[in-house]
Design a protein around this ligand. Structure first.
Ligand SMILES: Nc1ncnc2c1ncn2[C@@H]1O[C@H](COP(=O)(O)OP(=O)(O)OP(=O)(O)O)[C@@H](O)[C@H]1O
Length: 357
């Protein structure tokens, strides 16, 4: 079944003077999707979000909202709203007035506005605070009101610009679940911007990983984590080991690579065309140690140990190469591996990934 798109970004570039902030960006966001733009500071994600909102125009390329071209349409004509990191509530207005503000501008009548404001306050569980002012609220409560205000006029798309980053850790966790539930309940397309990979993996239907003004990969959280297409994505999402090697055999979708570990690893690949250098990635949690070592089994020496509570991270040296691995602390009195000890480590070939350059 083909899904209809809420937003199409069509070959968009953006230059600021001779600096290229977005470089031929091209993708679709589907209706009812929780879609995340994820990337390090300066990768262009806010510029792209501002373009969808109408605060920025592309240097080339165009944007479609529900099939209609919007690149030159003024911000207030788009059925798109934004929630900002700093809430941007009107401090002199009550919460009800904050939510009602945009609806008044749209010319809604009084009874309709009152009903909608009540509904919105209920949706974010803030009914009892209707007459308070923003400075009488906690950060999480302010962000709920900002969400209620942004959703009141039923936008087609809600843009969220790092909305959780001003909140403390525990609250951020709880707000993730609330945001996700809100998206499901309203069915509105959410476009969420963050540099926090955990937030992105936890909440999104699909993620666009951005780097250097380009979309590096688009996929579900699992695809992005388990099958990163290049080094940038493998490095930015989660923790990984890079293994440099040489392609020694290509057989259809399978490649055999001789790595600096001394082992030859055969696994699936995309995009290798012949012999030459190749980089592989293997995640720390895929590597077993001691009696958990299976697949490609190697002997090494423990060089470092970091106790993290639920897990202990180890660095094991094998020849010239080091491998980081994490071992779950499954029992309270589980022995840890001593620094300097000789250990066997192993991983399945199918868990190693060949990366595109
Ligand atoms: N108005 C502007 N004039 C000049 N350069 C700009 C302008 N807006 C953005 N840039 C530059 O474009 C690049 C992308 O900026 P953008 O704000 O989109 O990045 P970002 O990925 O959202 O980063 P952050 O997470 O730090 O907000 C940056 O290098 C930034 O300095």
């Amino acid at each position: 079944m083909s899904r209809s798109s809420a937003i199409e970004v069509v070959n968009v570039s953006k230059n600021f003077g001779d600096y290229t902030a977005l470089d031929h960006v091209d993708f679709k966001i589907f209706q009812n999707e929780f879609f995340t733009l994820l990337g390090p500071s300066g990768c262009g994600k806010t510029t792209l979000l501002r373009m969808i909102a109408g605060f920025e125009t592309p240097s080339s390329g165009t944007l479609l909202l529900n099939g209609q071209e919007i690149a030159q349409m003024p911000a207030h004509k788009r059925r798109v709203n934004t929630v900002f990191q700093n809430y941007a509530l009107f401090p002199h207005m009550t919460l009800s007035q904050n939510i009602a503000f945009g609806l008044k501008n749209l010319g809604w009548d009084k009874a309709r506005i009152t009903a909608r404001v009540g509904q919105m306050l209920e949706m974010v569980h803030m009914e009892q605070f209707a007459q308070r002012k923003p400075d009488q609220l906690s950060g999480g409560q302010r962000q709920r009101i900002a969400l209620a205000r942004a959703l009141a006029a039923e936008p087609e798309v809600l843009l969220l610009d790092e909305p959780l980053s001003a909140l403390d850790l525990k609250l951020r966790q709880a707000m993730r679940d609330e945001l996700r539930a809100l998206q499901r309940d309203t069915g509105i397309t959410f476009v969420f911007v963050t540099h926090d990979q955990e937030e992105a993996l936890d909440m999104s239907d699909r993620i666009a990983v951005m780097g250097k003004g380009r979309v590096q990969q688009i996929g579900s959280p699992k695809e992005i984590y388990e099958d990163p297409t290049n080094r940038f994505v493998a490095d930015f999402i989660g923790d990984t080991n890079f293994l440099e090697g040489e392609v020694i055999l290509l057989d259809g979708a399978k490649a055999t690579i001789r790595t600096a570990l001394g082992a030859e690893i055969t696994t699936t690949h995309q995009g290798l065309t012949g012999p030459g250098p190749a980089t592989m990635s293997i995640r720390p949690e895929k590597i077993g140690v001691g009696d958990q070592a299976e697949g490609v089994v190697l002997t090494g020496t423990v060089r470092a140990r970091n106790y993290m509570g639920g897990f202990t991270h180890y660095t094991v040296q094998i020849g010239e190469q080091t491998l980081r691995l994490s071992r779950r602390n499954a029992h309270s009195h589980q022995d840890s591996l001593e620094i300097g000890a000789a250990v066997q480590v192993g991983f399945r070939e199918s868990d190693a990934r060949v990366l595109g350059q």
